[in-house]
Design a protein around this ligand. Structure first.
Ligand code: C5P
Length: 243
């Protein structure tokens, strides 16, 4: 058993910090007790927020591993920390939508929560400076961000993740409206799921009460965020047999 040691800070994002470890291809991820919205313009410290998301994302990534989705998760270390495989992040946000909401709803003036026959797939270019603009396949190839094969692979994996997430959330009496994932290239050049999957990156609605159970609570000022995330964690622990 390797004893992992936290080394120098590699990167500080809006919700997580990444540190090098004593093992070259392993990264230490610290989930911060902080929430941001509007590309970081709205930022608040919240006790237990990092802990809750770390636990949620660890449980989801473990489930995806068991269901054949290649990803960077190694293990949860403690309340706020986990270990992941080092990847080169592809600067794209891959969004899958099962129902219309937010930016899709505004862009096409359709009804809130219009149900799609097939999931909608979208790519956004990860750039704080440019506010993460929408980007299509030919733009991605023109900018040498990914090849057609890599794009097809990311779309295929995102759809498989959607299927599994919908199953997990349905067992929690939650509807998965949409979500965002990121992919990276591992040491062998394979595309694997990276980053996190949590109520920060998913839009979740309680099937009975229709209440938001995700970051929209913070974005729209609907109430206290952490108790809502804790509800999601408790239901997830139940369906994953972790309580
Ligand atoms: O705002 P929009 O409708 O495009 O968001 C789609 C999904 O992607 C939502 O679940 C949202 O939480 C997620 N998202 C994200 N990070 C962003 C943009 C969107 O996690 N920068």
């Amino acid at each position: 058993m390797v004893d992992y040691e936290k080394k120098e800070l590699l990167y500080r994002g809006k919700a997580k910090e990444m540190f090098a470890t004593n093992v070259s291809d392993v990264v230490w991820v610290h989930y911060m007790d902080q929430v941001t919205a509007l590309n970081g313009k709205k930022k608040v410290q919240m006790t237990d927020k990092g802990t809750t998301n770390n636990q949620i994302s660890s449980l989801i990534f473990s489930d995806l591993t068991a269901n054949g989705i290649p990803n960077d998760f190694i293990k949860q270390i403690d309340a706020n920390n986990q270990l992941v495989k080092k990847v080169q992040i592809i600067p794209l946000e891959v969004v899958i939508r099962n129902f219309a909401s937010s930016s899709f709803e505004r862009k096409f003036a359709v009804d809130h929560l219009l149900k799609f026959e097939q999931p909608v797939k979208e790519f956004f270019y990860k750039s704080d400076k440019l506010d993460d603009p929408f980007i299509n396949d030919s733009q991605i190839k023109a900018l040498n961000i990914a090849t057609q094969q890599q794009l097809d692979q990311m779309r295929d994996l995102a759809l498989k993740i959607n299927q599994r997430l919908r199953t997990i959330f349905a067992a929690m009496q939650i509807e998965l409206i949409d979500f965002k994932v990121e992919f990276g290239l591992d040491q062998t050049g394979e595309i694997i799921l990276a980053d996190e999957i949590s109520p920060d990156s998913c839009r979740l609605v309680d099937q009975k009460t229709k209440e938001s159970l995700d970051k929209d609570v913070f974005r729209k000022g609907l109430g206290e965020l952490v108790p809502v995330y804790k509800t999601v964690l408790q239901r997830l622990q139940k369906v994953e047999g972790h309580n």
